[in-house]
Design a protein. Sequence first.
Length: 319
Amino acid sequence: MKVKKSKTNKVNLITLGCSKNQVDSEVLLTQLRGNGIDAVHESNSDDAQVVVINTCGFIDNAKQESIDTILRYVDAKNEGLVEKVYVTGCLSQRYHEDLEKEIPEVDGWFGTRDLSRMLKVFKADYKKELVGERILANPGHYAYLKISEGCDRPCSFCAIPLMRGKHISRPMEELVAEAKNLAAQGTRELLLIAQDSTYYGLDLYKKRNLSELISKLSDVEGIEWIREYLEGDEKIAIHGHDHRYNAKISIKQMQQSMGIFNATTYIPPFNYYTDNDLTNWYQAGGKYWLGGRDQEHHQHGEDPDRKSTRLNSSHVALS
């Protein structure tokens, strides 16, 4: 990627929440660097003049973590340690009016689909030529691939449509191109993510097209593993073979169902299975990276001594 020199202050991106937020941060990081801006992801050094916090707003604990993180960096700003603090992500999307009143020290609030508007703050342009390119925030052998955004299901208990909007599928050719770019960088495992992956294609192709997408991704040279979580009891056809998986599938059932090329279901919670279970699964024919159990590696450098208590989720109408 070619970049131009810039005198823009160093930017530190802090990501809270799920893997979809991580992908959003990676896209922002890529766009900033593509504009010649010195940007890093969750740097442990204190040399960044600008901090962007990508928040989560799904459950109470996540809301509180986001608020505490915002306040910690606002305190740092008041102490002269950082110059600007910007907030984006789900919490900002849903509660920005309340939060603006409660935390006026934040320099800007952005929603989940405000990438272009945020770039303008840094005097940067959205570069279409960077679509499909991504600077990863995790080890390069695996990468999250967000296949769609938002959800159309009107579940009364869920706020995802309020934070992420209606379901929008990404074009298949765009996803394949991104997979090729990731493979060229050394990625060998793709983890397909979305708010509702089983809806993939309904808006673009007028039918559920997840199986065709997985087949095309399976053909990308260099990609050896694909993981996908199918909700409930979903049916998927890959290369002419029908396979039915259930979220409550047993280890024995997994061992019997893995003859599907290099595609595998992501059955939650994988991190609770033992390495021995996964080894048995692999030996039975499943292609799963056996580098240990899944773990989140979000280290936000929290300092309990600097944790502000002047605002928590009960002070704002975060319901």
